[in-house]
Design a protein around this ligand. Sequence first.
Ligand code: KIV
Length: 310
Amino acid sequence: MAEEKNKQGDETTSSNDQSPKPSRSRSTRGRQSSKAKPADHRLSRKVKAKSFVSVEANTTYIRNLKGKRPIVALTAYDSIMGSALSEANVDFILVGDSLGTTILGYETTIPVTMDDMLRHTAAVRRANPKCLLVADLPFGEASMSFDRLLDSSRRLMQEGGADAIKIEGGRDVADDIEKLVATGVPVLGHIGLLPQTVKAIGGYRKFGETREEAEAIYTDAITLEEAGCFAIIGEMLEENVARELSRQVSPPLIGIGSGDGCDGQILVTTDLLGWSCGQVPKFVKPYLNMNKLVSDALGKYIEDVRSKKL
Ligand code: KIV
């Protein structure tokens, strides 16, 4: 996940539309009122409040949401988070390798291992979420051999309990994704900023600001569509590029730091909750300040014990 502050705030108003517009040929719930109301009226009010959206734990559900309503995905790393997200009715949960930077104290996602991903995916699975559970393939696992990729995906599904896996990359991994999908492994693609490549690209930045890069991103997305990805994450894409991409590709494009033209949004939950010890990307709008709530509560408890109030 992109930790580095980026320039998106300024860039969203950019008139420099680099969006690719190529053809589709592939190159590549209260007390009841004492006033009498008919029983069925009360029932319908209750049903409306509770079942506004009913989430299903399969990739077809996610795919079919495209064009109907925005998809909402969030990350979870343990049972309590998985349970909270499921209760909140999120469309799908990603056990991201952002586990490394959010929970494990690493500076990047690169040190995250298969053992880490298996332990945390299994913890989220034990929360028994009612939505789809996707697990990230950690750094290097998709690059060694197809057999290694298949075995790591198998472990995330059989031992971790994931319903699907996420792989970073476009054209470079598309052939293997196609084979993986053919063996019955549902795959979530990930293009644009690929945090696992941060050492190679020299930092976190926006993608698709030049015509050339926008076209490369378009090719990546089309290739992943053809490989059979049920959805594609587009991280830190230039806004107009992301908007155009979501029009051009059939799988839903789930954005992160890519503007509001995508088919849905995914975010690192700890960033959203203001529960973090590192930098939070500028595009994140925090809905809570957990750091302060926790610090205030802990400080109060410690003070109460020291002053013998407890
Ligand atoms: O690792 C992660 O959490 C991710 C998402 C934020 C897209 O890759």
